[in-house]
Design a protein. Sequence first.
Length: 487
Amino acid sequence: MSSRIDLAVSHTALSQRDRDRLSELISEWQLLADLSFADLVLWVAKRKDYQSWPEGHIAIAHIRPTTASTVFAQDLIGQELAWGKNPRIDRSLSQGEIVREDEPELVGDILIKEETVPVFFEGNVIAVISRHRDADQMRSPSRLELNYREIAHRVYHMVSEGTFPIQDSFYQAEAAPRVGDGLIRLNAQGAVSYASPNARSAVSRLGWELEVEGAQLGVIFDSLSKHQSAPKEENWATILNGKILRRDDFENANAVVDLLVIPLIESQEPIGAIVLVHDVTELRNRDRALVTKDATIREIHHRVKNNLQTVSALLRLQSRRVEDPIASAALAEAVRRVASIAIVHETLSTSSAETVLFDDVYDRIVQNAIELSPRPISLGKLGEFGLLDSQVATPLALVITELIHNSLEHGLEKSGDQLRIEVDLQDNKYEIKVIDNGVGLPAGFDWETSSNLGLQIVRTLTENELKGSIVLRRVNDETVALLSFKV
């Protein structure tokens, strides 16, 4: 489906409400194209107001059927017709009539029959639909095709009377069942006068073994609902009586079907309805499997987090029993690192995706670090991390933890009182700076010969896990750790 409503803004008499109405029609008219096995083109008149005589027409939308081959290789959007070039479109616009062409016209190699339908809204014909069908495909219609065309005829009359599309109908038209999924036609009493093969198959899969045609559709579904997995507030006889537009799912132990009820109206009186039926059993099963998988993944992350907290608690207990201060400090560092990993898994355990809002993780890391600092520290942050994949979030959490603690323990331990984080993301490349105004790097500092375990962890994780680089340098009396990596 293609459309350009913006083409109707200039050189036409359409108000904003008129354009909104045409947008509603365009969102619904795949149904019309499929029922009539035809290409549809939407034309609006070129004129200043509804009292002015039109100069001609401009095509603002074009849709092709899914039930038949198209008759136009190219979209007609933007094509203009001078007044008098197509008398059928002129007549539908000026007289508000549906105009049929008895004799097909040869367009290229295809004999095309054209019909024009006025689009009526709030007292005016605001546009015209031209319907184009391959005449050769119409010569020996099947029962399905005859029923589809008769229904299309009724719906086109609703368009010309301003009752289609049905206003204030919110049912996600783009995801609704289509004609080809299955169609049931109801008479004014709610009895089935026709059911397409796909519709019969869907009802049969639900467990109905008798003839569908001639039966009350509401009675059929009320009978099948005895084995429904969840009770309904309304009975199916009410939902499927065809009086109002409805969309609902029916589910029992056998299958799940998506139902869309569209009333047929003539001169403001209901004359029946069509029910589009789509067997969505496999789709719903797949959705449930995904939900189950997501729940399982979240539970795994939750359990990993709990296990890491247990390990952290055991290490903390062990550190209290160790008399050697060096060993006790090493165990305390291990507790801190395990806690950083646990924060990532805790965040993942509350998410339905394998991504982490890393700013939340960062906030908790910093909070834990500052609480352990013996001196008051001013903390600043510029930029946002955003969402990160869990495979990036875990090593990054450890790297930032080590860099912050390195600043607190070595750079800010005796002097300085400011710690700042700057995050810059450009073209999927992160540049993260951890900056402090402490004593700075020791003379002759070298990554290769440094015995600092935390910095060695930073370097290893950056190069091996993040596939990035890390640089430490002194700039304007500040120590800057620059971490760079791509995502």
